[in-house]
Design a protein around this ligand. Structure first.
Ligand code: DP6
Length: 325
């Protein structure tokens, strides 16, 4: 038989970061993390299983995916096939939707959408916890993109105990202004950078040790919709994570000149009395958390300083099925 399902999942940005795996096979992180799912960036993925054997066919934004990235998708689909008893190859068609000119490709939305579409195409309906655990196996951050709004990924200690859940925050409506800093040079991918940091950085353990306190404070700040507290913890946690990378051997450095200019603009905004706080992931883009009412002013200031396009995103929805078999 042939079954097909289509799912959409949104990108999330961590406010308290995940950086480092205790178990690479099961994707069990060193620390718990907390994120905001974004409305503006998402991935739509269709999966169809066909009876014939052979290599899975994967298409991303209209182009065939080959090599290691396809192997990663196949390894993930093998988990789904093993779990559901489904056999035969999969045809995967995935589309990343981003504002014009933006390169915010993300494994968080990608594997959350794939987990939902693939399990559904196999005729299996997973609850949100099971879906989060499955998405985690594809990419750690994908465990959080199963949920809308704010999500907390419990590090846990095994496959069963490592999953995300939503954090309720009624009335909290911040936005993220994303500075789309373009970079000509190729950086280390996050998976390799993460491993190198854990294995070689003398700052990794101290940062990981400080994460539980950041997470506890962050959860409380999100629940009481305290933008300044959320922002302060967000910025210190992210800069601390980048410090662990800078101390890795060899160093992992994601800062480009425009990154630093954007960070300067955020400081200047704060000195001018606007609540704006920066975070960065495994790339040169800067994401600025601020009040919705300040979004235009923040975007303008960051654009003027960094000379790059910006996009504004609010909190986004949970992963959902568009087409079910
Ligand atoms: C810096 O989830 O992409 O964005 O589990 O190896 O696929 P893998 O890593 P990934 O790493 C995300 C790292 C981060 C921080 C975060 O999202 O928490």
């Amino acid at each position: 038989g042939e079954t097909r399902a289509t799912a959409v999942a949104h990108v999330n940005v961590a406010l308290v970061k995940y950086w480092g795996k205790r178990d690479a096979e099961l994707v069990i992180p060193w620390t718990s993390s907390l994120s905001m799912t974004l409305d503006a960036f998402y991935t739509t993925t269709s999966v169809r299983f066909v009876a014939e054997p052979g290599d899975d066919e994967v298409v991303l934004n209209g182009a065939p995916v080959t090599g290691v990235p396809r192997q990663r998708v196949t390894a993930f689909l093998d988990l789904v096939r093993t779990r559901t008893g489904r056999t035969g190859k999969a045809l995967v068609d995935s589309e990343n939707t981003v504002p014009t000119g933006a390169g915010l490709a993300s494994s968080s939305s990608g594997f959350a959408a794939l987990a939902l579409a693939a399990s559904s195409a196999c005729g299996v309906e997973l609850d949100a916890t099971a879906l989060s655990r499955l998405a985690r196996r594809g990419s750690g951050s994908a465990s959080r993109s199963v949920f809308g709004g704010f999500a907390l990924w419990h590090a846990g200690h095994d496959d069963e105990s490592s999953y995300a859940e939503p954090v309720e925050s009624p009335g909290f409506d911040p936005v993220m202004v994303v500075a789309l800093v373009d970079t000509a040079h190729k950086s280390v991918n996050s998976r390799d950078a993460m491993r190198r940091t854990v294995e070689t950085s003398p700052l990794f353990r101290p940062w990981a040790d400080s994460a539980p306190a950041d997470l506890k404070e962050m959860r409380a700040a999100v629940e009481r919709a305290d933008l300044d507290a959320v922002g302060e913890i967000t910025e210190r946690n992210a800069l601390g994570m980048h410090a662990t990378m800078l101390a890795a051997r060899p160093a992992v450095r994601y800062f480009a000149p425009a990154t630093v200019s954007a960070l300067d603009a955020v400081l200047a905004l704060r000195r001018a009395g606007i609540s704006a706080y920066a975070t960065m992931d495994a790339g040169p883009n800067v994401k600025v958390l601020c009040r919705r009412a300040d979004a235009d002013a923040v975007a303008e200031a960051v654009h003027a300083a960094a000379g790059c396009p910006t996009a504004v995103a609010g909190a986004g929805p949970a992963a959902r099925l568009l087409v079910a078999p």
